[in-house]
Design a protein around this ligand. Structure first.
Ligand SMILES: [Zn+2]
Length: 103
């Protein structure tokens, strides 16, 4: 049974340093012990990787458009390849004049 205040992990938005602080359940650490910046960010999953993927709706739409373009391009290529395959073969003319020993 935990008595008193639980410990939470925080990360400073200014310097990025992580620290733990005893705060009330709904509380916040007031400042970073490293640089003194206010309102550090609470870290909910301590085991999460340090980097985090910033996926904005704009970026996602951009990616979607890129994918569509690529799909169209692939389709076009495929069509072209098929069309080329159907092309009639140029017949090799077997009329190679064999020169007689006339001369
Ligand atoms: Zn800091």
């Amino acid at each position: 049974m935990v008595s008193g205040m639980p410990i939470y992990e925080f990360r400073c938005r200014a310097c990025g340093s992580r620290f733990e602080e005893l705060v009330p359940v709904d509380g916040r650490a007031d400042r970073c012990p490293e640089c003194g910046a206010e309102a550090p960010e609470r870290v909910f999953s301590p085991h999460a990787p340090a980097f985090h993927v910033a996926r904005t709706p704009h970026a996602m739409r951009k990616q979607e458009r890129k994918n569509a373009k690529l799909r169209d391009w692939t389709k076009a290529r495929f069509k072209e390849a098929r069309g080329r395959g159907r092309e009639p073969r140029a017949r090799a003319s077997g009329a190679s004049g064999s020169a007689g020993g006339d001369g």
